[in-house]
Structure formats: C-alpha cells, structure tokens
Design a binder for this molecule. Sequence first.
Ligand code: ARG
Length: 342
Amino acid sequence: MEYPKFPKDCKSLLCKYLTEDVFNKLKERVTPNGYTLEMAINSGVKNPDSSIGIYAGDKESYEVFDLLFDPIIEEYHGFKKNDTHKSDFSSDKLDFDLLDKDGEFILSTRIRVGRNLLGYPLGTIISKKERDEVEERVKNALLKLGGSLKGEYYPLKGMSKEVQQKLIKDHFLFKEGDRFLEAAGLNREWPDGRGIFHNDEKTFLVWVNEEDELRIISMQKGGNIKEVFERLANAVEALESKMEFLKSEHLGYITSCPTNLGTAMRASVHIKLPKLSTNKALFKEITDRNHLQIRGTHGEHSKSEEGIFDISNARRLGISEVEAVSDLYNGVKELIEVETKL
Ligand code: ARG
C-alpha cells in the first residue's frame, strides 16, 4: 500500500498524525487477528471529512499501531501514554439538582456505554460466524434480565422498514448505511447479527453489533441525569455478571473507535437553546470549556433542527464515569443559565 493522498483541506486527526514516516514504520505490521494499517485507516482515507478517521480491529491494534493511535488519543481525550484510566460508576456520588424543573429546555436525556466481548475481535474484522455467536450470547444474557430491565430482543433482519424508520426517528435505533462505519468494515453482512433489545418503556436499550458489539443505553424524557445514570449503572452491573468485556489497564474498555475508549460513555441531552443557537461563538465557548460536544438533532453528522441540539461529554478516557457525566451536568447547567439571561 502507498501513502494515501489526502485532500489539502483535510482536518481529520488521521491526516494530522499519519505522516509518511509513521506510515512507513507501521505499514507492514499486523495484529494477531490479522488487522493491518490499511484496514485501520480506510474509513478516514475514503471519508476525508472524518473528524478522526481511524478504527481498531482488536485490543492489540492499540499497541501494534501505537505510533498513530497514541497522539490521536492524546489530542481527543487529553490522555497521555503513561496515564492510567480509572473507573467509578457509583451513582450515589452524583450530587445533582434537577436541571430545568419546568421542562423548558431539556427534551430528553440519554447515556450510553460501548462494550465488546472478551475473546472476539472487534466488529471491524469479526467474522460472520463470530458475530452471530456474539449476538446469540448477548441476546441470551439480555433475556435473563428481570425487574424494570426486562425486555425483548428484536433482530434487524426481518424487521419491517416502517418499524425500523420509526425507531430511528424516535432516537431508539441506529441508522443504516453510515459511510464511516461502512469503510471501517462495520457494515459487513448487514443486517445479519444486528438487533436491538429494549424494555417495555424503552428506557433501557441495547444495540447489538453496530459500531461496538454492545451499546448499552439508558434514556428517558426530561432532564433527570442522575436517574438515567443510575439505571445505566445497574444495567451494566447486571450484564457484567453474565459476560466478560474487553478491557485493558491502560485504556479501560476497548472500543472500535478511539474516541470511545475508557469509560466508553457518552452522556447527552437533547436541548432546545434558541437564543444560544444564534450566538454560536458564545455557545461554543461554553461547550468547549466544559469539554462538551455539539451534535445535530439526529445525532452525529446531522444538522440542528428548530434550535434543538444534542450535547454530550467529549472526553471518555482518563476520567471516571462519574466525571464524564459531571462534565455534561455542569455544562448543561451553565448553558441553561446563559440561555435564560439572553
Ligand atoms: N469515524 C468518524 C469520524 O472520524 C466518527 C468518529 C467518532 N464517532 C464515532 N461514532 N465513533 O468522523
């Protein structure tokens, strides 16, 4: 493989850190599961508008291609090669007031974590047989959950287009045909092995075999961040007693995209900020200072509609789950205070 040609205006972290020197040092390397540099960078090469542009094939990818992953991880999370990751998922540590008591701003709250199973490669290079096996194991574990987590598993294969579209529109299901995932190998044999589990209320959901083998999600209407976090903590604990997830001392939970390492937690609100939406500089100053990311109404790579934004923590590695959700809480609190005064 030759050094890829990136367009002049390419802004991804891949373009920034894949120098010819790094490329030449890594181009012959292969992980024990057969993942190569060419596979790792394909998404960012095919999609030069990527913000990151690189995916892992297994836990070892982060060591074998460390020359490229390390600076990307450091720039995204502020996490250095010799830092260690620590976890703290205890909801009793959250001293949160209920934000937006009158329900004027926050439409809904959603917190997810990504997980992958120990003993399998990541979705980028998993075989169909292994993916089906992961689905079966995850499904069986999920169907054993009781109490308020009890629910049903719905495979994507055979699901009607209408049901699928409705679930996507209501923000319950992942979308189909994402070009970033496609080029990363994550859409192979779609929709086989993919599915969604949810409880009756759709407050606890698990996506199976999308970007990560599991995306464990807690969500509900309104702005009660602590309640959403608590449900997720319980669900993750229940699942962790039924299966072992891929993790490392240094990087925490291992995910296919380096932005999700560590806690693998994205805590978000859908929030209506009509005034701040017309003052982008102030809006961005507040979110940047609070380590938050602004996405559009329909999530990543989408536009905002009617002044509604998806706001979430950007850092996930080198901070605990409690700290990650606190980034969201503190930032949203400030956004609401400023919006009210404008
Ligand atoms: N690969 C995509 C990009 O670089 C997504 C990066 C972060 N998001 C994610 N879902 N992993 O733009």
